[in-house]
Write a new protein. Structure first.
Length: 167
C-alpha cells in the first residue's frame, strides 16, 4: 500500500513537471526572447532603456548609458549599428565592404551576428581581422550604409520586385 502511494505521488510529480515544462515552452515559442548587448558597457541590455538610432531602437543596460552614448555617439556607432542588426531591426542587403550582391556561401559570424559578403575576398579580409577591428569593417557607419537597411524597407523592395515579376 505504501509503495502504491509513493508510486502515485511520483507519477503526479512527473505529470506536474511535464505540464509546467509544456507551459514554459509555449511562452517561449510564442515570443522570441529579447537579447542585446549595451553598446556602451557591453553588458546585457534591457528593453525599457533605449534611444532612437537610425530609425530604430538602440538598447542599453541602465539609465546612465544613454547619456554616455548621447555625449559621443560616434564613439559607439559601430556597436550601435551591430545591435540594430542583432535585434533584427535592420537586415543585410549588400556586402558591407563593396556594396555588391550577397553570396550566401560567404556567411560568417561577426560579433555574434551572421554576415555575408559578395565574394571570398571580402570575407577573407574580415576573417583576417579580430575584435573591434572586425566589427568596424562590417558595422562602421560607412560599411553599415553600404550593406544594411531598415527591415521594413527591404521587405517593401522585395514585394515591389515580386509585383514587377507578376506583371
Amino acid at each position: 500500500m505504501k509503495n502504491a502511494i509513493l508510486g502515485m505521488a511520483a507519477v503526479a510529480l512527473l505529470t506536474v513537471g511535464v505540464i509546467a515544462a509544456d507551459e514554459k515552452e509555449k511562452d517561449i515559442a510564442g515570443k522570441e526572447k529579447f537579447s542585446a548587448k549595451c553598446p556602451v558597457s557591453g553588458k546585457d541590455a534591457v528593453e525599457d532603456k533605449f534611444v532612437e538610432h537610425r530609425g530604430g531602437k538602440l538598447y542599453f543596460c541602465c539609465g546612465g548609458c544613454p547619456d554616455a552614448y548621447k555625449k559621443d555617439p560616434a564613439k559607439f556607432a559601430t556597436k550601435a549599428n551591430q545591435q540594430l542588426v542583432a535585434t533584427k531591426q535592420f537586415v543585410q542587403a549588400k556586402c558591407p565592404l563593396s556594396g555588391g550582391k550577397l553570396n550566401p556561401a560567404t556567411q560568417i559570424d561577426v560579433g555574434g551576428t551572421k554576415v555575408s559578403f559578395c565574394c571570398n575576398n571580402c570575407k577573407g579580409k574580415v576573417e583576417a581581422a579580430t575584435g573591434d577591428d572586425q566589427l568596424a569593417m562590417v558595422f562602421s557607419d560607412t560599411a553599415f550604409e553600404k550593406g544594411f537597411e531598415v527591415k521594413k524597407a527591404k521587405e517593401r523592395k522585395e514585394k515591389e520586385r515580386k509585383d514587377e515579376k507578376d506583371e
